[in-house]
Design a binder for this molecule. Structure first.
Ligand code: ADP
Ligand code: MG
Length: 337
């Protein structure tokens, strides 16, 4: 099995920081949620902000992990019981994202995630019969959140892997704000939060990884927002016949999504939403992803789609924030409103 772990700063940030006259800088790295995370903050409250953020990340992992036997998600998946209100609210949000994306994002995908076990050391190519037997367990109407509890229909299970890091980045944003941080970066694998501007007042450069190689496909200049990338190129395994199976499952088929996209980056001021959407739009594929973007009303988001046929498709709101990567050889197309 070949598993490519997210490199150090996947969807990496190019940290172009001024050396002199800069405010106090603090930096920390940790491994949580199966992801290498890096947090940087500037300003007087930077050390405390990072200490608080790291503590919160570990607490959230404790609640939201599927594999820890004392987590809330474990409890929900094993008969229910009282859980933290945070968990209930996140599940409620996940159900809303599932409804909005017509089920392309669906946390009840868990039984199929387990069946394929793509993120594990023992991936498995199931039979159609195995898939068919589990597909009826998928559907967000099978979840009943109720104040302090989340109950599932019999045989169902949830997996918050497609949303937990986005939610965590939202919480880190709140912590930075509480500590008065006006400049910083948070990279939770493909989930990036840029706080304010760089210390020199310029926007942050957020590089979008090239899914076909080790470098970058393009760079976005961003201020105070989230950029979340999902793709099939980071967590996958290659079968003996050479077929590649990646980790995002299409809830409609029960198979790893056969996307015509290599990666989806969603940019918006809500990290949880950006995370759910990036997973969902990857499942949808180019055409449906564009239709979904067009149908967004008062709460628009921006996106960068990298297609399997070598194009970068970008929403117009990013026109002035897009830097081409000359050696990446993608044709760049901007959508119009
Ligand atoms: P990453 O976790 O690598 O940042 P994503 O945010 O796209 O990537 O989440 C993918 C993870 O979400 C999978 O590893 C699995 O745990 C879960 N998942 C897989 N397919 C779906 C889906 N269609 N909807 C919701 N979650 C999914
Ligand atoms: Mg996601």
């Amino acid at each position: 099995m070949k598993k490519l772990l997210a490199p150090l700063l996947s969807a990496a940030m190019l940290l172009c920081l001024t050396a002199c006259g800069a405010p106090k800088k603090a930096e920390t790295s940790l491994f949580a949620m199966d992801t290498y995370m890096t947090l940087v903050a500037y300003g007087d409250g930077a050390d405390d902000a990072l200490t608080d953020a790291a503590r919160t990340i570990n607490e959230l992992e404790q609640l939201l992990s599927r594999t820890r036997e004392d987590s809330d998600v474990w409890r929900i998946n094993h008969g229910g019981g009282q859980v933290n209100p945070t968990t209930v609210q996140l599940v409620e949000q996940a159900i809303r994202f599932s409804d909005e994306t017509d089920g392309a994002f669906d946390i009840t995908i868990a039984p199929l995630v387990d069946l394929w076990a793509i993120n594990s050391d023992a991936p498995h190519i199931p039979s159609q019969a195995e898939i068919d037997s589990l597909l009826p367990l998928v559907g967000s109407d099978r979840i009943t959140p109720n104040g302090k509890t989340v109950t599932l229909d019999s045989g169902c299970a949830i997996d918050l892997g497609g949303i937990a890091k986005g939610y965590t980045s939202d919480r880190v944003k709140e912590i930075f704000a509480r500590h008065g941080i006006k400049s910083g970066t948070v990279s939770l694998g493909g989930n990036v939060y840029v706080c304010g501007t760089r210390p020199d007042g310029k926007p942050w450069n957020v590089a979008v990884q090239d899914p076909r190689g080790g470098g970058y496909a393009c760079t976005l200049t961003l201020t105070d927002t989230f950029a979340v990338t999902s793709g099939g190129y980071q967590r996958y395994f290659t079968a003996e016949d050479g077929t590649i199976y990646q980790h995002i499952i299409d809830p409609a088929t029960g198979y790893p999504a056969q996307s015509d996209l290599l990666s989806v980056t969603v940019v918006c001021p809500d990290g949880t939403r950006a995370d759910a959407y990036s997973t969902a739009l990857y499942v949808m594929g180019e055409e449906a992803a564009i239709r979904f973007w067009e149908s967004q009303g008062s709460d628009p988001f921006e996106m960068v789609l990298i297609t399997a046929d070598g194009r970068i498709v970008c929403t117009p709101g990013l026109t002035d924030h897009f830097i081409r990567q000359e050696d990446a050889s993608y044709e760049v197309q901007f959508l119009s409103r």
